[in-house]
Design a protein around this ligand. Structure first.
Ligand code: M6R
Length: 610
């Protein structure tokens, strides 16, 4: 939800912190701040409400701040509205301790009251200020001792960066349920919520675990467990280029990431198909376990949940094993029925979504086997699952997910085919056809992307609508959920996705002359049924944009004012193709409405609070 960056070295810290924050701004963007310690100027704290640019202007892009040690933060407000005062870093009353935080201190009110009773005065409404005051309260002459004592009082989640003016050559980091990466530089070291903020400077990183505390100086990073026993960290080398996290000539990250989808899918799928067979080397589930499965539970949030909704249709059809799909925020509180014969698949781009992480932990506690489908390497969900299949989509920066959705679906296809093979559910011919079609997906996606101008034209025509419906049946309905979310998320247009057959049970009353209905009709078996529903809304005055295959163009022409065609593959692969025009439609509608596409209001990329 928030982005943290820390630097300690021999160069001016402020420009490095600001540059790091610019790469983390997608994590939260309602205010930003930095704290830098300089030999001559002491602790300098600058904060500004609004986008990072406001802070950059305030500090002359860092030139106005001197010192070689510092922390930076970009915020997505939880406690206290976005304001200069509530922005991080927060400084203790004595001015000795500065703190940046990602997460929520759940018992902050109790702690705050206790500290207030001891005469400590608070200046912000945030939960984070409690940490700064508490560390200061315990600080006598040993900052590590103070941090450990303070953390033992704190309940909730945190990724913390701490700076103490009495130890001006170091920063301290601590983690519980919030991502923190340590970057090992040459004569300097880094701390960040995400590798994107450090790879300009180093590719040598390690990932902090829950309960760990790290001390960073210019020459070393020392990591300890919660009892201050030293911990040896495994190092990882980041293998993607910084350009992957830059716009590269595109106006927005979202359109860049939409266009990257064919390549992202190639990277996700091709290495896992050998001699026309799906080979999941990173999976430890053995055949005996797969044969013993009674149920698959898919648990996720937002778009990742929508991938689960689509997957349910094809997994059940391929495997004949019941598949339940749950929103993680519901699963964790609904007393789920899972046991050792249940495979719980958690899907998450960030690997840090708090609800999904909690659901995963619950599933493990109940004895289920867990498998993560995750994009961010080394993230909490990836580390805690029994197995992980990475989506290999590369960094996704736009808040609205696109290539992560496509590659998550890609992984679920691979998994479905692998399980079906083990269970002997497919004839050799059918298996071979499906694998061949899977290999065709990236090039088919390229064909879909060639229709960009047509979709741009339709978006220009309809961007003023205040309400847009998506209807479809079966797998088209599941895909419509994502089309609708994409649209509302970035264009702020009210939108609903409905199972087309369900309209007549209530929702059709909302259709009036001029209502835009995006009709999804790629599922050939139910085309005629969907067509009847299209006619029903059309006869009540709706305008129709249809998404279908070439075979159905003629039938659609009499009903729809706009038609988007996608190549025809097996029905299970159609959502993979059809979701792309919906992403483009949402993008161009939002562009016409002048929305802030990469950073939509009230949202953040990684939702690490409940
Ligand atoms: O990182 P995750 O996949 O766990 O995130 C889940 C949702 O927050 C995410 O998919 C969200 O719905 C997207 N912004 C939608 O575009």
């Amino acid at each position: 939800m928030c982005g943290i960056v820390g630097f300690v070295g021999h160069e001016e810290a402020a420009p490095i912190l600001l540059e790091g924050l610019s790469r983390l701004e997608y994590r939260g963007y309602d205010s930003a701040g930095i704290a830098v310690y300089g030999q001559e100027d002491g602790l300098q704290v600058y904060k500004a409400k609004g986008r990072l640019k406001a802070l950059c202007d305030l500090v002359d892009n860092g030139a106005a701040v001197h010192g070689t040690v510092g922390l930076g933060h970009t915020r997505w407000a939880t406690h206290g509205q976005p304001s200069d005062l509530n922005s991080h870093p927060h400084v203790s009353q004595s001015g000795r301790i500065a703190v940046v935080h990602n997460g929520i201190i759940e018992n902050y009110l109790t702690l705050r009251q206790r500290l207030q009773a001891r005469g400590i005065h608070f200046v912000s409404e945030t939960d984070t200020e409690v940490v700064a005051q508490l560390v200061d309260y315990y600080y006598k002459d040993d900052i590590m001792d103070a941090v450990v004592k303070a953390l033992s009082q704190v309940e909730g989640s945190y990724a913390l960066g701490i700076l103490c003016i009495d130890c001006p050559d170091q920063i301290i980091a601590a983690r519980k349920d919030g991502p923190l990466v340590l970057g090992y530089g040459d004569g300097c070291n880094f701390l960040a919520s995400d590798v994107t903020a450090v790879i300009e400077h180093t590719r040598d990183v390690s990932y902090m675990e829950d309960g760990e505390i790290a001390v960073l100086t210019a020459d070393s990073i020392k990591v300890y467990d919660s009892l201050l026993n030293p911990v040896e960290k495994e190092h990882f080398t980041v293998d993607w280029e910084i350009s992957a996290a830059e716009k590269g000539g595109y106006e927005h990250f979202m359109i860049k990431e939409i266009m990257e989808q064919p390549d992202a899918l190639r990277k996700c799928l091709f290495p896992r198909i050998k001699n026309h067979k799906v080979v999941l080397e990173d999976l430890s589930l053995d055949e005996e376990y797969i044969r013993s499965l009674h149920k698959i539970d898919i648990v996720a949030c937002g778009s990742s949940y929508h991938v689960g909704m689509v997957s349910k249709y094809f997994l059940e059809s391929l495997l004949r094993i019941p598949v339940e799909v749950s929103l993680a925020s519901e699963f964790r509180y609904c007393d789920p029925i899972v046991d050792e014969h249940t495979l719980v698949i958690v899907i998450s781009q960030s690997g840090e979504t708090a609800d999904t992480l909690a659901a995963l932990r619950q599933a493990k506690k109940l004895g289920a086997r867990t498998l993560g489908v995750v994009n961010v390497v080394g993230s909490s969900i990836a580390k805690e699952c029994d197995d992980v299949l990475y989506t290999w989509a590369g960094p996704e920066i736009a808040v609205a997910t696109t290539k992560a959705y496509s590659t998550q679906l890609g992984v679920l296809y691979l998994l479905g085919l692998h399980f079906a093979d083990v269970l002997g559910r497919l004839s050799p011919d059918r298996y071979d056809t499906l694998v061949r079609q899977l290999l065709l997906l990236p090039s088919c996606l390229e064909q879909v992307l060639e229709q960009k101008e047509n979709i741009q034209y339709l978006a220009f025509h309809y961007f003023n609508h205040e309400s847009i419906f998506f209807i479809g049946r079966n797998i088209d309905y599941a895909m419509g959920l994502e089309g609708s979310l994409k649209l509302k998320e970035i264009s702020y247009i009210h939108s609903e996705a409905y199972a087309a057959g369900e309209l007549k049970h209530g929702t059709i009353s909302l259709i009036e002359p001029g209502t835009l209905v995006v009709a999804l009709a790629t599922y050939g078996k139910l085309f005629d049924k969907t067509m009847s529903n299209i006619v029903e809304v059309k006869s009540r005055g709706a305008d129709i944009i249809a998404l279908t295959t070439e075979e159905h163009t003629a039938a659609m022409e009499s009903q729809a004012s706009g038609i988007i065609l996608v190549p025809e593959l097996d029905p299970m692969f159609m959502p993979s193709l059809a979701v792309v025009p919906l992403q483009l439609f949402a993008y161009y509608v939002a562009l016409n409405r002048g929305c802030d596409i990469d950073k939509p209001r009230n949202l953040a990329k990684s939702v690490t609070v409940e």
